[in-house]
Design a protein around this ligand. Structure first.
Ligand code: AMP
Length: 423
């Protein structure tokens, strides 16, 4: 299968090839022809599946037809709108769209906006409108509220990582945004998971959509090897160092539960001679960008992060992801391990499981429909015994109830940790 056989114009095929995309990924093969037809789309697609190019390529091809008949009065007009959950994803998606648009005879104006930075430069950038606006919900509404943009001209809407948008409590913002869009438009809806709230949103938003499920029924385009190692809590940093050395890991993304833990583990590794740094919501936007750029350039061997980096961050050819602390839910597990095995590269996801977290890990496994052998590593044999806790059970959304915070607690925590998420 080639990109040109999907109905894409030669210059867009050329742009895809120039980025090293020689053949389309499954989501691209399926989604591109449908989007080119102007149909609404409901796609189950994980990060790493190539979903950004799956919507960006046909969006760029459709752009001239979408703006036909517009008049000059539409000075603040937005033609296509891509709503994403995080700042990082906004930047990344805009970069992909710009790179793919380079070869077009008239490259479109692509603007990314997100909270956490001054609104004024974004207002300036939006003077005269934008062909493609990539935005996080809160900042998008701020800009619309200040009359810096006009959403009634949007002809094509993409909701990217819809499940994450709802997880972060953006449901009200999304309603407000949708209320400002014109009724007649094309809608593309991407989500890695489809809990009830996401399904309701999709039903509300889409008109006679074509449904695609590239995951989870079909395997991820590249195979992610998943491993689970039983280890004492106190031994995890040592074990990480051991595995890095033993298995020759050169670049590892490590997930921990808190910002504090991210700092602590990064410091311990750094002191042990490993180039490790922390990445979390307390860092300034500039610092976060820098860490990501340096990680991509292989200046850091290990980046220790919270779930902030679980979605939307694309580090090309990231070979290994480690769950130093287990994720709270099966959904988060999917997103974390999706950081490795990008598109066509193989990846490895290793989870550290302790006596205390073993029951929780089994719940994640159950929801994922998988069963991993809990490995023991020589020299790191577990000695801890589980402390009994209140019974826990899985809720309908992939979250784990009981000891775990409720959805409301999570939303409140997300709001409190504003710096952790986009606004
Ligand atoms: P995404 O799921 O959009 O975050 O894309 C994941 C990664 O796959 C990114 O690093 C893309 O550059 C890469 N990618 C997207 N499409 C292709 C393709 N057709 N062939 C190879 N890599 C791709």
């Amino acid at each position: 299968m080639s990109f040109s056989s999907l109905g894409l114009a030669p210059n867009l095929v050329h742009a895809a090839n120039a980025l090293g995309f020689t053949a389309p990924t499954p989501i691209q093969t399926q989604a591109i022809p449908i989007i080119l037809q102007g149909r609404d789309l409901l796609a189950t697609a994980q990060t790493g599946s190539g979903k950004t190019a799956a919507f960006a390529l046909p969006l760029l091809q459709r752009l001239p037809t979408l703006t036909q008949g517009d008049n000059e009065q539409m000075a603040r007009a937005i033609r296509t709108l891509i709503v994403v959950p995080t700042r990082e994803l906004a930047t990344q998606v805009a970069e992909v769209v710009r790179s793919l648009a380079q070869t077009l005879p008239k490259p479109p104006k692509v603007v990314a906006v997100a909270g956490g930075v001054s609104i004024n430069p974004q207002m300036m950038a939006l003077r005269g409108g934008a062909d493609v606006l990539v935005a996080t919900p809160g900042r998008l509404l701020d800009l619309a509220g200040q009359n810096a943009i006009q959403l009634s001209t949007v002809r094509l809407l993409v909701l990217d990582e819809a499940d994450r948008l709802l997880d972060l409590g953006f449901s009200e913002e999304l309603d407000k945004i949708l209320a400002q869009l014109p009724p007649s438009r094309q809608n593309l809806f991407f989500s890695a998971t489809f809990p009830e709230a996401v399904q309701t949103l999709a039903q509300h938003l889409l008109r006679d959509p074509v449904q695609l499920a590239v995951t989870p029924d079909e395997p991820h385009p590249s195979v992610i090897t998943q491993r689970a190692i039983l280890v004492d809590t106190k031994q995890r940093t040592q074990l990480l160092r051991h595995l890095m050395k033993d298995l020759g890991w050169k670049r590892v993304l490590v997930f921990v539960a808190t910002k504090y833990a991210a700092e602590l583990v990064a410091e311990k590794l750094y002191k042990a001679g490993i180039y490790a740094t922390a990445f979390h919501g307390d860092l300034s936007q500039g610092a976060r960008k820098q860490v990501l750029a340096e990680f991509k350039n292989e200046q850091w061997e290990v980046v220790i992060t919270t779930d902030l980096a679980a979605r939307g961050i694309d580090i090309i050819k990231l070979p290994v992801v480690v769950n130093y602390d287990l994720p709270r839910s099966a959904v988060d597990y999917v997103h974390r391990i999706g950081r490795t095995g990008r598109a066509t590269e193989p990846g490895l996801a290793v989870s550290f499981v302790s006596a205390d977290t073993q029951a929780h890990f089994h719940l994640i496994e159950k929801r994922q429909g998988m069963q991993l052998t809990l490995e023991h590593i020589t020299g790191f044999e577990p000695t801890e015994v589980a402390v009994p806790t209140a019974p826990i059970h899985v809720d309908g959304n992939g979250g784990i109830k009981g000891k775990r915070p409720s959805k409301k607690d999570k939303l409140r925590a997300a709001a409190a940790a504003q710096s952790n998420v986009a606004t």
